[in-house]
Write a protein that binds this ligand. Structure first.
Ligand code: NCD
Length: 357
């Protein structure tokens, strides 16, 4: 049985296989429509969601499966203090597959540990959002045919934006060049940059203003400020104007650049760009359906055809608790600390739940 907790759970070959399957499903839905007949997908959303939950439900129902779950944790036993481990032990009896979104980094990993059905991470705190990155990379490949050699600028709140983390890591892994565009307080966290260096040999560039680098970018990936995750001492107005994407800024961009955004947008991406042929963000949310259908099918029946080359990771028991306040290991007290060792030129140890270095 396989889970998708971060994209490190899939090898490059397996990601490409999922995309091949997504292509087939997109053009020939009828052939696949009965694939999940009789199966149930549990959607456990401890945090708000529109696209992720609805597209998972739509994907499951298009495969003739059914869904159950909650969208308000206050209506579930977590409000009474139930642990993630116990919720996993229950839901595992009620469904064939679980998608979980949670406010703590590493929560989906804990769910997977205690569930005996596949678990998909639908976003864990300010850590990762692997299925968003699959959809995003699929969208890039559909427009650009490749990731290798393209220049991707990721701008906005890179510190707390989990979609930005997963997208940056997968682009680095497939050979794209990254430019991280944000004011200092919102720059990419060390754990992401460290993985890029140790796992993929990439030294991403940093820029302070979008206008300084716009001409170089093949993909401009915009993120909203993650207002719900910001520490109280951060000034939210800092640098907002520096990464606002509007028609004026896009005048200097390449004619075939792609504008991406995981959505929802707030005020960082102007509505006037919606008719610009370079806008790819609604396409991105549409691509969530074939990619999530392909992922569901890969985890619930097609493992032996699609997920045939699992990656290896070095994970062992650690000797102290993680110091990331968002890490699940600091809330679910029955967990033992675990560390992942990243190879490469210099060995680095990171928290296996939240990735913190
Ligand atoms: C993202 C998320 O939840 O991290 N949304 C999504 O799933 N499409 C991005 C965001 O909320 O900013």
């Amino acid at each position: 049985m396989r889970h998708l907790i971060t994209l490190d759970d899939l090898s490059n070959f397996e990601i490409e296989q999922i995309f091949r399957l997504a292509d087939q499903m997109r053009v020939d839905l009828a052939t696949w429509s009965g694939f999940c007949q009789g199966k149930l997908l549990a959607t456990l959303f401890y945090e708000p969601s529109t696209r992720t939950r609805l597209s998972f439900e739509s994907a499951m129902e298009r495969l003739s499966g059914r869904t159950l779950g909650f969208t308000d944790p206050h209506s579930a036993s977590v409000a009474k203090g139930e642990t993630i481990a116990d919720t996993a032990r229950m839901v595992t009896n009620y469904a064939d597959l679980i998608v979980v979104r949670h406010g703590c980094a590493g929560a989906a990993r804990v769910m997977a540990r205690y569930a005996s059905v596949p678990v998909i991470n639908g976003g864990d705190g300010s850590h990762t959002h692997p299925t968003q990155a699959l959809t995003d990379m699929y969208t890039v490949i559909r427009r650009k045919q490749k990731v290798q050699g393209i220049t991707v600028g990721i701008c906005g709140d890179l510190r707390y934006g989990r979609a930005a983390h997963s997208f940056a890591l997968v682009i680095a892994r497939f050979g794209g060049t990254l430019i991280h565009i944000a004011p200092d307080a919102f720059q990419m966290p060390d754990w992401v940059v460290s993985r890029m260096k140790h796992l993929y040999g990439q030294e991403p560039l940093e820029a302070d203003q979008l206008t300084d680098v716009i001409k170089e970018l093949d993909v401009i990936y915009v993120n909203r400020l993650q207002a719900e995750r910001l520490p109280r001492d951060i000034n939210v107005e800092v640098g907002r104007a520096r990464y606002l994407l509007n028609a004026d800024v896009m005048r200097n961009a390449k004619s075939d650049a792609m504008i991406m955004h995981p959505l929802p947008r707030v005020n960082e991406l102007s509505f006037e760009l919606d008719e610009d042929p370079r806008a790819a963000y609604f396409e991105q949310s549409a691509n969530a359906i074939p990619t999530r259908m392909a992922l569901i099918a890969s985890l619930t029946g097609l493992e032996e055809l699609v997920l045939t080359q699992p990656p290896t990771r070095e994970i062992s028991v650690g000797d102290h608790l993680c110091d990331n306040p968002n890490c699940v290991a600091n809330y679910e007290r029955y967990l033992e600390p675990e560390i992942e060792t990243l190879g490469g030129q210099q060995i680095t140890a990171t928290c296996a739940y939240c990735g913190a270095t």
